[in-house]
Structures are given as C-alpha cells and as structure tokens.
Design a protein around this ligand. Structure first.
Ligand code: 13P
Length: 253
C-alpha cells in the first residue's frame, strides 16, 4: 500500500501568531507516526519559522509555489534553493489558482517540476478540470494532458517520488466535493497515464491525492478508494482540530 499523504494548503490565510498557535495546538494532538506523511503548506513568510516549530512533530513543511530558477532578477519570487536551504521538503506546483491568476501554464509547471527535483524538493503537482470541461466530458483528456506535460522529461526515478493532486476546480472552496467514485475514477485515469509514460511499477509508486472541499466528514470515504492516496486540503486545514482529524484519517486508512 502507498503511504497516505495529507497536506494542508493554507493559501493566503493566517498571521504569524496564528500560524505558530496552530502548530502549538497540534503538539500533543498528533502522535509520532510513520503510517502517513502529514504536510502543512503555509504562506511563504512563515516557512522557516514553521520548519523550526514543527521539529519533533510528525509534520513536514511545503511551499505553495516557487520560481524555477535558482536566483536572478525576479522581484518577489522564491527559488527552490531558498526553500531547501530552510528545510522545506515539498512544493505545491500548478495549483489551479496559480494557473488562473498568475499565468502558470503546463510548460511553466513542467519547468518547475524539473527544478524541484533538481533541488531535492518533492513536487505536489496539481491537475484538474473546470466545471465547463467536466460538463463537456473533457475531464479525462484535460487531466491526461496536464499530467503528460507536467512530467515531460522527468526521469522514472524522480517521477516515482512525485505526488500528484487531482483537484477539480469546481470542487475547490465550494463545498461541492466530487463523489468518492468520481474522484477515484479520475485518479485511476491519472495512474493509467503514468503507466503509459513510465511503467506499472512507477505508476504504482506515485501517490495521488484528491483535493476539493475535503473535510473530516468525507475524508475517510475518499481515502478508502483504490487510487486515492491522500488529500490536499484548503479550508478544512486551517483549524487544528479539523486538521488533526484529517491527519488521523490518513494514519488510520
Ligand atoms: P478546499 O479544501 O478549500 O476546497 O481547497 C482545496 C485546495 O485548493 C487545496 O489545494
């Protein structure tokens, strides 16, 4: 069985004090475990502090985006080496909000995925269709294309360690979750694409998360599905009680 990975994407929420209080609240709630990977992706200004604060807790830290270059005149951007130098281990790439508001394309996502691997960061590669695309029965084509482009020129060895997050755009922040069956169907399609790109053993190693209105009340059913190996959670990851319940669901799959 693949190890479940539960990740909280805080997006642009919380002050530093709130972020620190969240980690303090997890201490004592989350027990040390190797049964699941538990990741928090806070806003960039808190990354270093949360890497330090989460030492001794079963929580690892991820960034929400990064630039693909190591350094340069890119005002406001954050490089992969900056992230790895402070102990960040994961990076969310190609989130639909980045694609929608910050012009990220399949090509720029691919450059970032390559760069993440070069700098020893584990990418969480986000893919997903819009409501219009779903209603036009284009989900499989859209998601397959996003996966193929994101993994272009990525070696088997690196690919096997990647995380893919299937996040249907219409389910993000809307309270409208895909049914567990629908989510699993797309995750299985993603795995089939990865089998074609690499091999069955590589595709079987890659963990695929579902994201989109995941909550303590629906995570168990989602994680019980054959091709869903975790969750990428926005809103319900902001509260320590709720995040602990989500993490526990990952530990107890
Ligand atoms: P919600 O869980 O708030 O729907 O957000 C999902 C998401 O975008 C995680 O990256």
């Amino acid at each position: 069985m693949r190890k479940p990975i539960i990740a909280g994407n805080w997006k642009m929420y919380k002050t530093l004090d709130e972020a620190v209080a969240f980690i303090d609240a997890l201490a004592g709630k989350l027990k040390e475990t190797d049964k699941a990977d538990i990741v928090i992706c806070p806003p960039a200004p808190y990354l270093a502090t949360l890497v330090e604060k989460s030492k001794g807790l079963p929580v690892r830290i991820g960034a929400q985006t990064m630039h693909e270059e190591v350094e340069g005149a890119f005002t406001g951007e954050i490089s992969p080496t900056m992230l790895s130098s402070i102990g960040v281990e994961f990076v969310v790439l190609g989130h639909s909000e980045r694609r929608q508001y910050y012009n990220e394309t399949d090509e720029s996502v691919n450059r970032k995925v390559k760069s993440a691997f070069e700098h020893k960061l584990t990418p969480i590669v986000c893919v997903g269709e819009s409501l219009e695309q779903r209603e036009g029965n284009a989900t499989a084509d859209i998601v397959s294309d996003q996966v193929k482009k994101a993994f272009s020129e990525i070696s088997e060895k690196d690919a096997a360690t990647a995380i893919v997050a299937y996040e249907p755009i219409w389910a993000i922040g809307t309270g409208r979750t895909a049914t567990a069956e629908d989510a699993n169907e797309v995750c299985a399609q993603i795995r089939a694409v990865l089998t074609d790109l690499y091999s069955d053993s590589v595709a079987q190693a890659i963990r695929i998360q579902y994201g989109g209105s995941v909550k303590p009340g629906n995570i168990k059913e989602l994680l019980s599905m054959s091709d869903i190996d975790g969750a990428l959670v926005g809103g319900a990851s902001l509260d320590p009680e709720s995040f602990t319940a989500l993490a526990e669901a990952g530990v107890n799959v």
